[in-house]
Design a protein around this ligand. Structure first.
Ligand code: SAM
Length: 240
């Protein structure tokens, strides 16, 4: 794959802003799972923490970007949303717009709304947003009932090496007393990372952390990104 998003982005990592609806589809999250203590890492400018709190969940979002002033984050998130949206629309072969009603404008509107909710929530509930970075989180073992991680690990495998992935996954598993769900398992250019996924799963297994591959819910924005990786899978859910 020669056509790469990294040639199009200004910063090292895009500051994206997914909504609760996108999180629920990516992670196959039922309404009954939006409760207890949930970690979203990286949280970026997603509105997940704010929206899931309305269902009664106690969400903590972690991202090193939260060390920046709120106004700066808002401007970066809006600019990165537009850049990512334009790039995806211009590379139709790599993306499926079905989940967004076939319309890139729906995607853009949804992400802008998420930035607005995130920004408002950051000022109303600053305690929900913790500036920290993988692979070292400022939480005790088994703090969370559920841990979600989207669009950092695997997505940026061209700049985060295999050892970083393993250390980060072990850290996410350490702070969770339930499942850890990761999505997607492709990099940002659409490159399949089956080899890296198999390697981390074997290394995790050797350290006593089980894992499974599980389908998303009719969500496949990047073509081929139709599965999530689940650590500590609960026995009642399908295991591959
Ligand atoms: C593409 S965004 C994903 C945000 C959110 N999960 C979403 O889906 O919209 C990637 C985020 O990873 C954050 N990040 C970069 N390095 C990190 C690290 N070592 N630990 C945690 N987050 C990191 C960046 O600041 C950026 O906000």
């Amino acid at each position: 794959m020669t056509d790469r998003l990294d040639s199009e982005i200004a910063g090292e990592f895009l500051l994206t802003a997914r909504s609760l609806a996108e999180y629920r589809a990516m992670f196959a999250l039922g309404a009954d799972e939006l409760r207890g203590r949930i970690l979203d890492c990286p949280g970026g400018a997603a509105s997940f923490a704010c929206e899931a709190a309305e269902f009664g969940a106690e969400v903590i979002a972690v991202d090193p970007c939260y060390a920046q002033p709120a106004g700066e984050l808002r401007e970066t998130a809006l600019a990165d949303t537009d850049r990512g949206n334009a790039w995806s629309a211009a590379h139709a072969g790599l993306y499926s717009w079905d989940w967004y009603g076939g319309d890139p404008a729906v995607h853009r509107r949804m992400r802008h709304a998420a930035v607005r909710r995130f920004t408002a929530d950051l000022s109303e509930h600053p305690g929900r947003y913790v500036a920290a970075a993988l692979p070292a989180l400022p939480f005790s073992d088994n703090t969370f009932d559920l841990v979600l991680s989207s669009h950092l690990l695997f997505t940026y495998a061209d700049r985060l090496n295999a050892d970083f992935h393993l250390a980060a996954l072990l850290e996410l598993a350490r702070v969770s007393r339930g499942e850890v769900r990761l999505y997607p398992l492709l990099d940002h250019s659409g490159e399949d990372l089956a080899e890296l996924v198999a390697w981390v799963r074997a290394e995790l297994r050797a350290r006593g952390v089980g894992s499974a591959l599980r389908p998303t819910v009719a969500y496949e924005f990047q073509r081929g990104a139709d599965r999530q990786l689940v650590l500590n899978p609960q026995p009642s859910v399908g295991v591959s």
